[in-house]
Design a protein around this ligand. Structure first.
Ligand code: FE2
Length: 288
């Protein structure tokens, strides 16, 4: 497959919000592109359940850069490199560097913290970090625990989050890997953030948090917790079927989430998928 035609874009758009004639977006906005769970391998032809993950990641990245510009940053919410190989992280960095956009990466349960730090440099954010886009704070949390597929934030990190939010009331979005509330798939809900309810309690005390956005579930998800949006996003490779008691593959194509942070403190987001993408995960797969 030929290399994607990745557009180069200035990284200095944070003070230049996009504008629209849409009255609901008349205040202007800043666009983030969330790509999640690429599960790359050292081998460019490496496959997860019959999907060549580097190829599908490149295709989703290319689509995002065509459809959602001007964007101000890329956010990658974990499971970056399935075989946790140095070459997998180097390949990811090469692809992300070519976009010309700032990018922020948090770990998933399929990631090496050490390799992320060594090979992604300042883009590797853990255990808690804040970056700004326009007037918004992007808060990145590491929800992973070594050797476990489920996640946990722990009191220390939750207290840090509360202190951070108490000190700055700018509108905020929280990103983490595992899902903080059930998604109504029993097998997947056993692998969520164990103390997700505690995270929501912190968000309740700080209503400037407008959304909690996760990866991990390999499917589109959107639910409200009061005024707070809880959002999950398709993987750039294999999809899991929503609302299934046991592991099940979804044949819908890979995609990403476009997140518009409006200057009035609201969020608009949508999932955008590839169309006509030839590879699909094997529907007969019993796990991964
Ligand atoms: Fe994943």
């Amino acid at each position: 497959m030929p290399a994607p035609n990745i557009l180069r874009t200035s990284a200095n758009r944070a003070s230049q919000p996009a504008r629209s004639t849409d009255p609901d977006e008349s205040s202007g906005w800043h666009t983030l592109l969330q790509l999640t769970d690429p599960h790359l391998f050292a081998d460019p032809q490496g496959q997860l359940l019959d999907v060549t993950t580097r190829r599908s990641f490149e295709a989703v990245l290319e689509l995002a850069l065509e459809r959602s510009l001007p964007a101000e940053a890329l956010v990658l919410t974990g499971d970056l490199v399935h075989d946790e190989s140095p070459e997998g992280y180097r390949a990811l960095r090469r692809l992300l560097d070519r976009t010309g956009l700032p990018y922020y990466c948090i770990p998933g349960n399929h990631d090496s913290h050490r390799l992320m730090k060594d090979l992604l440099g300042p883009a590797a954010l853990a255990p808690i970090a804040v970056r700004t886009v326009g007037d918004w704070n992007l808060v990145f949390l590491d929800s992973t625990e070594p050797g476990r597929e489920s996640g946990r934030l722990g009191q220390t990190r939750l207290v840090s989050l509360g202190e951070l939010l108490a000190a700055d009331s700018a509108p905020a979005v929280v990103f983490l890997h595992q899902h903080p509330i059930p998604v109504q798939s029993a097998w997947m809900d056993a692998l969520g953030v164990e103390d997700g309810e505690d995270l929501l309690l912190v968000c309740d005390r700080h209503p400037q948090v407008k959304a909690v956005v996760c990866g991990h579930i390999h499917q589109e998800f959107a639910e409200r917790h009061g005024a707070l949006q809880i959002l999950g996003t398709p993987s750039t490779c294999v999809q899991f079927k929503p609302r299934c008691a046991d592991f099940a593959i979804d044949t819908r194509p890979p995609g990403y989430r476009e997140i518009k942070l409006l200057e009035n403190g609201r969020i608009h987001s949508q999932v955008i998928r590839l169309s006509g993408y030839p590879e699909r995960a094997s529907a007969a797969a019993a796990g991964y």
